[in-house]
Design a protein around this ligand. Structure first.
Ligand code: ZN
Length: 249
């Protein structure tokens, strides 16, 4: 960059000199042309500058993911003594994701079981490549570990050391082996048809086709099926359309 400025000012000086003996408009054009062709740096500098300092656009770079270790301090609300997997058995996947605004987003964070992390990176790469939109992706600790609040924010999340809905045993989420995706567009529907989040009631109708909705056999279900994970939309009785897990439960 610094190299182009002296050359340009030299051209400007030449233009000024030419302007003293010729018409300004004509002289300026005449002096600029030989200057730029005689000194290639002026031609390469402007085109080199934008490519030398590109903003890291995920759209251009495609899907990016990094698997990181987590500590207990990273999980102040979602982990506690007595949980079935220690923090050392969990990982944070930091990744790009495709947003509801039809644009790439950086900074998605998902806490999962260490053994499943690489497989899940592959799944989310497929979802990104398919431009399957996700509203947000934050650890439930942002919601103090409160599943209801996380769902209320339509947050996509995985690890949370909690009991299964309507059960005393640990959920697959407590192992980091379950993921809830766009929980508003894909609600948990009780066997009697109730759903807990009224603003998402319209998505009880699974004939709808809205961005983020998951349907039997679609690219989302297939992506998880490719790593052997089952879908809660296939349960009988209560259905959990947001839920994928390694056991299918
Ligand atoms: Zn779930």
């Amino acid at each position: 960059m610094p190299g182009s400025r002296p050359i340009r000012s030299a051209a400007a000086v030449a233009a000024l000199i030419a302007a003293t003996s010729a018409a300004a408009a004509c002289g300026g054009g005449d002096t600029e042309e030989p200057t730029s062709s005689a000194t290639p740096p002026t031609a390469t500098a402007p085109t080199g500058a934008p490519s030398a300092a590109p903003s890291p656009e995920p759209a251009e770079q495609g899907f990016q993911a990094e698997v990181k270790k987590v500590t207990r301090e990273d999980l102040p609300h979602s982990w506690r003594q007595g949980c079935p997997v220690p923090p050392s058995g969990l990982r944070m996947i930091e990744m790009t994701y495709w947003g509801m605004d039809d644009k790439p987003h950086t900074g998605g964070r998902l806490v999962v079981n260490a053994k499943a992390a690489d497989d899940l990176v592959g799944v989310f790469r497929k979802l990104y490549d398919a431009k399957y939109p996700i509203e947000r992706m934050e650890p439930v600790d942002k919601y103090k570990g409160d599943d209801f609040d996380s769902i209320d924010a339509n947050n996509t999340s995985a690890f949370n050391c909690r009991r299964a809905t309507g059960s005393s045993s640990f959920s697959q989420h407590a192992y980091g082996l379950a993921i809830d995706i766009n929980p508003c567009q894909n609600p948990y529907v009780y066997a009697d048809g109730r759903i807990a989040h009224p603003q998402c009631a319209k998505y009880k109708n699974r004939d709808r086709k809205a961005p983020g909705m998951i349907h039997a056999g679609d690219k989302v279900v297939r992506a998880f099926d490719s790593i052997g994970w089952g879908w809660g939309g296939e349960w009988t009785g209560a259905k959990d359309y947001q839920h994928f897990s390694s056991t299918g439960r």
